[in-house]
Design a protein around this ligand. Structure first.
Ligand SMILES: [Zn+2]
Length: 153
């Protein structure tokens, strides 16, 4: 019985080591124009708004717009290993939670948020950005519905 318990502990440790080795410790490179957003299905072409979610299960999801990633979090509630947002300016990737969001940007899916370094004046923090995207998503869906209604009339 003790031997089985020892084997179970060793087995669990081995699984944890394998999982720890498999989880990435940086952003996985995105193949621009060849990979699609996990939320909206559009090609990821503009690095300024690209972002990536890595789950504790080892899944990696890429997005074309921070709004798409935040919508995905809201809908699927994944266990987060890491989240990276490409900076609006420059070539750096900003790792959650060291990121803030600037409004009024022309983003691929019209959510309007670009990522910046913490301390940027006037920016939204992560929680505020999630609320903003939820409200913006409703607004965008309403816009699509009214366009569809106009098309029917
Ligand atoms: Zn998207």
């Amino acid at each position: 019985m003790a031997a089985i318990a020892v084997l179970a502990v060793v087995g669990l440790a081995a699984v944890l080591v394998i999982r720890a080795q498999r989880l990435p410790d940086s952003v996985r490179p995105i193949l621009w124009d060849n990979e699609v957003c996990a939320q909206c299905g559009m090609a990821i072409s503009d690095p300024r708004f690209a972002c990536q979610l890595q789950t504790s299960e080892g899944d990696v999801y890429d997005f074309d717009d921070p709004g798409c990633l935040l919508t995905f979090l809201h809908r699927h509630r994944p266990r987060i290993h890491a989240i990276y947002f490409h900076a609006l300016v420059g070539s750096a990737w900003l790792k959650y939670p060291d990121v803030v969001f600037l409004r009024g940007q022309q983003t691929p899916m019209e959510y309007g948020l670009g990522a910046g370094a913490t301390g940027t004046p006037g920016a939204l923090d992560f929680a505020a950005a999630r609320n903003y995207v939820e409200a913006r998503g409703k607004e965008l869906r309403k816009g699509v519905e009214s366009r569809e209604q106009r098309a029917v009339q």
